[in-house]
Design a protein around this ligand. Structure first.
Ligand SMILES: [Zn+2]
Length: 332
């Protein structure tokens, strides 16, 4: 059962917001002591994700100006890099920065871990990357950097009060041997490509965008903890996933393999809605606002409400929620 005393406990630890300028192209924002999140606001990582987003957008609109041109010479560098991004992943609608087998995926991993890119980018492409990055630095980065910091400041204001309560509740509701223990690196980026956010559960590294309208205010809080759930509690061998797959194994193989993801959306969304209410605000969770429970997940909307609503509220056990889920999924 859930310890309701922990629910939404207010942390008295103040989050000290101390941006520290490191190198020219790396900007690091330290988290409060005791916080699980380490936020980074890095120019190169921002440029790469913004350019990736542009390259995807430009598939249907080749005239879209990703960066303001300063000279004709610079256009050559941008065109070269754009072609490289598009032919190495960005043209693929299903491309994923973590799971696709593309050079772009390798470049991404290299930039996120601040390692060298020579092995991935041929000399000509690397020159185009460096020149394009310089254009970004002189034009859009100051705005993106500022917008990122504004977004982060608003988020950290919420984390000051609710991070520890949220972490305790997620650890209780989505138990995992690593939940609530190790820190999570969060790269905040102005745009994150065709995903609003994504997470490597292997390295506990989250990338989350600050510009999309559905990632603002309480949605930023919800989606940070949603990604935290990916990083921590919903990894392959966590307790809930194992229990679910055991109960659902009699159904078609893989038929409901993403149900755990619906539970993650529902749980974090409900907790966030509850917290927002404490602040006098009416918040609609991300999955409902963005109609995720439609098409493939259309049957899940009522199931998560009926089976997982009482569990999140502390009125039933995980086992009862799973049993009811199993019965309801069989009936659809
Ligand atoms: Zn997710």
């Amino acid at each position: 059962m859930i310890n309701r005393k922990h629910l939404f406990a207010v942390s008295l630890i103040l989050m000290i917001f101390q941006p520290v300028m490191a190198k020219t192209e790396s900007y690091y924002t330290g988290a409060k002591s005791g916080s699980l999140f380490q936020f980074h606001n890095r120019m190169t990582v921002n440029f790469h994700h913004y350019f990736y987003w542009c390259a995807q957008f430009s598939r249907s609109n080749r005239e879209h100006p990703c960066l303001p041109l300063l000279s004709q010479d610079q256009k050559g560098a941008l065109d070269t890099l754009m072609s490289w991004y598009q032919s190495n992943g960005a043209n693929d609608k299903l491309h994923h920065m973590l799971f696709s087998d593309s050079k772009l995926t390798w470049l991404n991993a290299s930039l996120l871990s601040s390692s060298k890119t020579e092995a991935i980018l041929a000399p000509g492409i690397r020159t185009a990357f460096v020149r394009s990055l310089d254009i970004y630095k002189q034009t859009l980065w100051p705005k993106h950097e500022l917008e990122n910091m504004k977004w982060l400041k608003a988020l950290q204001h919420k984390l000051e009060k609710y991070e520890s309560g949220m972490v305790d509740n997620l650890a209780s509701l989505l138990p995992s041997h690593t939940m609530g223990q190790q820190s999570v690196i969060v790269d905040i980026v102005y745009r994150a490509g065709n995903k609003g956010a994504y997470t490597s559960s292997r390295t506990s590294h989250v990338v989350i965008n600050t510009a999309a309208s559905d990632y603002q205010d309480w949605a930023a809080f919800e989606m940070l903890f949603h990604e935290y759930g990916h990083a921590r509690g919903m990894a392959k061998h966590d307790q809930l996933r194992l229990a679910l797959s055991k109960h659902l194994q009699h159904m078609n193989k893989g038929q409901h393999s993403t149900f755990w993801h619906a539970i993650l959306f529902y749980t974090v969304g409900e907790l966030t809605q509850h917290i927002a209410k404490l602040e006098g605000q009416d918040y609609r969770p991300y999955a409902f606002k963005n109609e995720l429970f439609s098409r493939k997940w259309r049957h899940y909307k009522n199931i998560v409400r009926l089976a997982w609503g009482p569990y999140v509220d502390g009125r039933s056990s995980m086992n009862q929620a799973i049993q009811l889920t199993s019965a309801l999924l069989k009936a659809i």
